[in-house]
Design a protein around this ligand. Structure first.
Ligand code: ADP
Length: 689
């Protein structure tokens, strides 16, 4: 109860209104002060004698405050209203405003005479206050003389008013106390949840980690299956614990949003890998479409954005058993340096009933347990998403139809760090895409994406239609570059043997997410999901191969003794780099993740490592740090970043992170050659004519 001030509990305006009404009703002066007699309100109905003369003098001012305080203390002692003669000879009364046993203010009134003033006494008062005797006398004789009874009833009125004010103060104090208690309890709860989830996470990581280690061993299939189940259940539990941890952080207001420069494509890239794994064997398509003109570098909390995207898209996959889940990323310009980034996640799943839509973002909310039983979760995901998006200044919404599917949308303002576009779609040649795709959803997606890449699009019913077209066009010269899009099964059964007859056509074959088929010549295999990024990679992968074959005559050395490791999570990229480097006859090995690279470096020595920057789980920078930390024997091994992040300052950034050099994507052979010449031991370089 320490340091409670009157105005913390009662509004000044309320005090003023009450005091003004008191003055209006009694015709007397009034004022409210704090516990020390210092005024907290404006004066009401003050006499000129008090306001202009007594309170204008320094000693008068101090004594008036003392009088108010002492008067209230006397009233407090006696427990009833007490009028008293103040240091000027006027009659005043003061009542305490109490909070339990503590005086927090005084309600003061009076400034009247109960009998005619006596000159001798007045001269003495004037002297004490340092005021001219005549001036004092003239002013005090202006003060009205009123009878004692009126004073007493006014004092009683003031006493009652002060006691009402004490009740109000107490009520407000109790309300504040209970709010504070509730906040304490809530903080304790959040802290408890945060601690406990942290404690659970540590052993959970060990459980999941050890199952991963165990799964690498040879074992009977049944045992492997048990361990897989432990791992899956462990992962589900970990994700619930993580949700609880996040939620408790949000509740206690300790969640931090860390805006940093990021590349939107890397969010999409990471999310794609995770989503394809969580889709598992489910027969639903995932599509990811980006507006190609989206600026490449933005500023915001990319981790949190990814978390929200993953949560919503994972739900979409969970609650959809046939059809597709489609993620669209678009934007609206806000001003020169800001855009409104918009994510839309559409699914063709079970949908959400109308009457549940409003509550869907509430915490611990799951729709009827029958729907969710098979789908683990704590009902916290969407509540966390909403809080996160709102904390980042954005908003989130949903529309849905039962049995047809749902559309979640979230948007947030992001700063533009660099105006270069995410995709450099500037086709020098006219492009014509043919598609023989049996899945209608895929076909529709392809058609829209082709438009974005400025590709004229023709959908085919069978491969013979394409042959007819080729026969007709073959007789004419055409300046169009032709792409043939198809899926793996159609390619294997009808097209494969024909590719050699159509040397100028590029066959882009979408394969299963888990399959790995190396691209050769004019056949480019691209892993699903179908996305703006995948199509872009397919188009540029072919260009890289063509450029390479054109430039191969420029190769001026070989290095058959040199051992090179290429680390990239994208098999298409690995293929591109490998084919670019082929003429150098080096010993090339590849790793499709940072973890794999670390494993390979344990027992191998390489003359140089090419390291992709953006990789899921452990990116190139983290992998490099781990290599430098874990393997001092490789401390001087050159690690060259392969990156799309080629803006100014990138080189310094990579060097600061422990890398030796960097090559920008799309990779040009001349650049790679100069890097190799620079970093490979000179005795391993054999000059050719
Ligand atoms: P949980 O982590 O339990 O999935 P969420 O907050 O993410 O919790 O989701 C709450 C509930 O909303 C889910 O249990 C599910 O019933 C419903 N829901 C969320 N997304 C979808 C969706 N795309 N389609 C149908 N129902 C959904």
């Amino acid at each position: 109860m320490n340091n409670i001030y009157l105005t913390d509990l009662i509004d000044i305006s309320l005090l003023q209104r009450l005091q003004d009404s008191f003055s209006a009703a009694t015709g007397l002066a009034a004022q409210t002060t704090d516990a020390d007699g210092k005024p907290v309100t404006q004066r009401s109905n003050f006499t000129e004698f008090c306001s202009k003369l007594v309170r204008n003098s320094e000693p008068g001012h101090v004594r008036c405050e003392e009088c108010a305080k002492k008067g209230a203390e006397c009233t407090l002692k006696s427990g009833k209203s007490e009028a008293y003669r103040c240091h000027t000879g006027l009659t005043d009364f003061s009542a305490p405003i109490m909070l339990q046993n503590q005086m927090i203010g005084c309600f003061v009134g009076g400034q009247a005479l109960t009998e005619e003033p006596i000159r001798k006494k007045c001269d003495k008062y004037a002297m004490e206050l340092g005021i001219d005797k005549d001036v004092y006398w003239n002013a005090i004789t202006e003060v009205p003389v009123i009878d004692k009874e009126r004073i007493e009833s006014a004092a009683m009125f003031l006493f009652e008013s002060a006691s009402v004010l004490s009740d109000i103060a107490y009520g407000k104090y109790r309300a504040l106390e209970s709010a504070r208690e509730m906040e304490n309890v809530s903080n304790m709860k959040s802290e408890f949840l945060a601690n406990i989830s942290h404690e659970i996470r540590t052993p959970m990581n060990a459980i999941i980690g050890m199952t991963e280690v165990a799964l690498r061993e040879e074992m009977p299939p049944a045992v492997k299956d048990y361990i897989l189940q432990i791992k899956n259940a462990g992962n589900s539990l970990l994700s619930i614990v993580n949700d609880i941890l996040d939620f408790s952080k949000i509740e206690s207001g300790t969640i931090s949003i860390i805006p940093e420069k990021y590349e939107l494509m890397s969010i999409v890239h990471d999310a794609t890998n995770i989503l394809m794994n969580s889709r598992g064997e489910k027969d639903i398509d995932l599509f990811i479409s980006l507006n190609p003109t989206l600026p490449r570098y933005l500023k915001g909390d990319s981790l949190r954005i990814k978390q929200v995207l993953l949560n919503i898209a994972n739900n979409a996959l969970k609650f959809t058993s046939e059809g597709y889940v489609r993620i669209d990323i678009d934007y609206e310009t806000v001003d020169e340096n800001h855009l409104n980034l918009i994510f839309t996640i559409k699914d063709t799943g079970i949908g959400i009933p109308d009457n549940q839509l409003e509550d869907i973002f509430e915490s611990f909310h799951q729709l009827d347990s029958r729907r969710s039983r098979a789908n683990e979760g704590a009902g916290l995901g969407l509540a966390i998403c909403k809080k996160l998006i709102e904390t980042m200044g954005g908003n989130i919404s949903v529309s849905s139809k039962c049995g047809e599917g749902s559309i979640f949308r979230f948007e947030l303002i992001q700063e533009i760090m660099n105006h270069s576009e995410s995709f450099n779609i500037e086709n020098k040649k006219k492009l014509h895409g043919f598609a023989l795709i049996s899945n209608n959803n895929e076909l529709t997606f392809m058609e829209k994406e082709a438009k974005k890449h400025s590709i004229r699009f023709t959908s085919l019913d069978c491969f013979d239609d394409f042959k007819k077209y080729a026969a007709e066009e073959g007789s004419q010269t055409t300046d169009e570059k032709i792409y043939f899009f198809t899926d793996e099964s159609t390619f294997d059964s009808v097209i494969n043997d024909n590719t050699k007859f159509f040397k100028d056509v590029v066959f882009i074959v979408f394969t299963d997410y888990k399959s790995f088929r190396p691209s050769t010549g004019n056949i480019i295999f691209v892993k699903k999901p179908l996305s703006t990024i995948a199509i872009d990679i397919a188009l540029s992968a072919h260009e890289a191969e063509t450029n390479n074959s054109k430039k191969s005559e420029k190769i001026v050395f070989t290095a058959p003794e040199a051992r090179i490791l290429v680390v990239d999570d994208s098999l298409v990229n690995l293929k591109v780099v490998s084919s670019l480097l082929k003429p150098l006859k080096m010993q090339l090995e590849t790793a499709n993740s940072g973890f794999k690279a670390l494993e390979m470096l344990k027992n191998n020595y390489y003359d140089l490592v090419f390291m992709d920057h953006m990789m899921p789980e452990m990116d190139g920078i983290e992998t490099t740090k781990q290599i430098r930390r874990q393997y001092p024997e490789h401390s001087s091994m050159p690690i060259v970043a392969l990156t799309a992040n080629a803006v100014g300052g990138a080189r310094e950034m990579f060097l600061a992170e422990g890398m030796s050099d960097f090559v920008a994507k799309p990779i040009e052979i001349t650049k790679i050659l100069s890097v190799l010449e620079n970093w490979l031991p000179s005795e391993k370089i054999i000059r050719t004519e």
